[in-house]
Ligand binder design. Structure first.
Ligand code: C5P
Length: 230
C-alpha cells in the first residue's frame, strides 16, 4: 500500500452518536468524498413509502427499489438529497423516515441492492463513510475504522437539538424511546448488525464535543500515517 493510495475512513455507530457531523468534519479535513449511508437507507425507505408498499414485505420493498432514482447535490455545508427528482431534505430527516429505514434495513435483498451504490462512492482522493456496517461489510478494507458510541440519553438530546435546528418539532422522551427501539432492531438483526469491526477504534463521545472527537480521530489518523503501520 502506498501513502498516496486513496483510502476509506469508516465511521460506524448508533443514531445520534455524532458520526454524521464527525464524518463531515473529517472529510473536509482530509479533502475526501463523504458517504452518509444512512441517507441511502432513508431514501430507499421513502421510495417504498411513496409507493404505498407494506414495509413488512421484503419482496415488495425490494421490487420498489429496482428503479431507485437518487442523487445528492453537494453544497458548502450540507448535501441536498433528491428522490425521483424531488428535493426531500426535510422528509428524509423525519423520525418516521428513520424508523422506516431501520425496518427495511433488516432485509438482505435491500442491503444487497444498495451495496454497489455505496461502494461506488469510493473514489480518489478517498472517502469518509458513515453508517452501521461501513467497517464490517461495505468497506472491510478501510484503512481506518472508528466506532462511535454515546449513552442513549445523550443521543436523544443531540437528536432533539438537530431536529429543532432544522425546524422539525420533537419531544425528548419520545425520541429516546424511538432511538432505543431502532438500536435494538439494528443490533439484533441477522444482516449486517450494528457491531464494531474487530479492528475498529471505539470512541465514547458521551462526554466529548465534536471538536474533541474530531481532534482525537485526526490525531489517530495522522499518527498512524506518520508511523506507516500498514
Ligand atoms: O444513520 P441514520 O439514522 O440515518 O440511519 C437510519 C437507519 O438506516 C438506521 O437505523 C439503520 O437501520 C439503517 N442503516 C443501516 N446501515 C447503514 C446506515 C443506516 O442499516 N450503513
Amino acid at each position: 500500500m502506498d501513502d498516496n493510495d486513496p483510502y476509506v475512513v469508516a465511521i460506524d455507530g448508533p443514531g445520534g452518536s455524532g458520526k454524521g457531523s464527525l464524518a463531515l468534519r473529517i472529510a473536509k479535513n482530509l479533502g475526501f468524498h463523504l458517504l452518509d449511508s444512512g441517507a441511502i437507507y432513508r431514501l430507499a425507505a421513502l421510495k417504498a413509502l411513496h409507493q404505498g408498499i407494506d414495509l413488512e414485505q421484503e419482496a415488495g420493498v425490494v421490487s420498489a427499489l429496482q428503479n431507485l432514482d437518487i442523487r445528492f447535490e453537494i453544497g458548502e455545508e450540507l448535501s441536498i438529497p433528491y428522490l425521483d427528482g424531488q428535493d426531500v431534505s426535510t422528509e428524509i430527516r423525519q423520525e418516521s423516515t428513520a424508523d422506516a429505514a431501520s425496518i427495511i434495513a433488516r432485509y438482505a435483498g435491500v442491503r444487497k441492492h444498495l451495496l454497489g451504490w455505496q461502494q461506488a462512492c469510493f473514489q480518489a482522493p478517498g472517502l469518509v463513510a458513515d453508517g452501521r456496517d461501513m467497517g464490517t461489510v461495505v468497506f472491510p478494507q478501510a484503512r481506518f475504522k472508528f466506532f462511535l458510541s454515546a449513552s442513549v440519553e445523550i443521543r436523544a438530546v443531540r437528536r432533539y437539538k438537530q431536529l429543532i435546528g432544522m425546524g422539525i418539532s420533537a419531544n425528548i422522551d419520545k425520541l429516546q424511546a424511538e432511538i432505543s427501539e431502532r438500536d435494538e432492531r439494528d443490533r439484533n438483526r441477522t444482516e449486517s448488525p450494528l457491531i464494531p469491526a474487530t479492528d475498529a477504534l471505539i470512541v465514547d463521545s458521551s462526554l466529548l464535543n465534536l471538536e474533541q472527537v474530531a481532534e482525537l480521530v485526526m490525531s489517530h489518523i495522522e499518527e498512524t500515517i506518520e508511523n506507516r503501520s500498514w
